[in-house]
Ligand binder design. Structure first.
Ligand code: 6GU
Length: 240
């Protein structure tokens, strides 16, 4: 899959593109990430990309010309175009999955007070990564690209994506590695018992407990099995 990121701060992406899993995925040609500086498309003699808002008000607005000229040059027929915006649709794991199925994703990074309203007519979706305001869309575009890239076939082993948080709307259980006792703190006994069924039940109960304690909102959409209902009852009794 190919991701094209339109930004006026291309230097912010150096660490992201040159580290760990993303770097390896690019080197192995599983993903391609192109950073496009849309300031280069400005026809203004000082390469300005923003201007004052009509009707007055604080801050500057990104202008149509550089953004739309850049977009029309880099976009193809099968591009899906998103724009980062704190007022957009909330990005989550299911949206990451949808995006990972696309041939090409174009992400336009927002800045200042936002974009000229006419730009949105050329965009498929406005996306926010959470309920807080960032100084710009670059970090959001990296969050989105990272979450999407790791779902592309071959980027990480598929075992790691099928049992992780948000699959079936539950948070993950805690994991442990050697040594079995560290500074007097022991690994839960059941995990070293070798009893696979007990381990499965313990982990499922931990998932339900974490989700109950930290993300009750996720439990509302969870489809409980009979086994999970029974474990949930135990958890609620234990936390009364
Ligand atoms: Cl996508 N952009 C900005 N500027 N702030 C945000 C955001 C995006 N998502 C959450 N906060």
């Amino acid at each position: 899959m190919k991701i094209k990121i339109m930004t006026i701060f291309p230097q912010m992406f150096a660490g992201f593109l040159n580290t760990s899993i993303i770097k390896r995925a690019i080197d192995n040609k599983l993903i391609e990430i192109e950073i496009v500086d849309f300031r280069q498309y400005s026809k203004d003699k000082n390469k300005r990309v923003d201007d004052y808002p009509y009707g007055g008000g604080a801050g500057m607005i990104l202008s149509c010309q550089p953004v739309l000229d850049c977009l029309s040059e880099i976009k193809s027929d099968n591009s899906f175009v998103i724009i980062t915006d704190p007022a957009g649709k909330r990005f989550d794991q299911s949206l990451a999955k949808q995006y990972s199925q696309k041939d090409e994703l174009v992400i336009i990074c927002g800045h200042y007070e936002g974009f000229d309203g006419r730009i949105y007519d050329f965009v498929d979706e406005k996306v926010s990564i959470g309920d807080y305001v960032l100084t710009g869309g670059e970090l959001a575009s990296m969050v989105i690209s990272d979450a999407v890239s790791r779902l592309v076939d071959g980027v990480i082993s598929s075992n790691s994506t099928c049992e992780e948080s948000f699959e079936n709307d539950l948070l993950e259980y805690k994991q442990y590695t050697r040594p079995q006792i560290y500074n007097g703190m022991a690994v839960p006994e059941v995990l070293v018992s070798g009893h696979h069924e007990n381990i499965r039940l313990y982990r499922l109960k931990e998932q339900l407990k974490n989700t109950y304690l930290y993300r009750k909102d996720l439990l509302k959409k969870h489809q409980f099995t009979e086994e999970e209902k029974r474990l949930m009852k135990e958890i609620i009794e234990e936390h009364d």
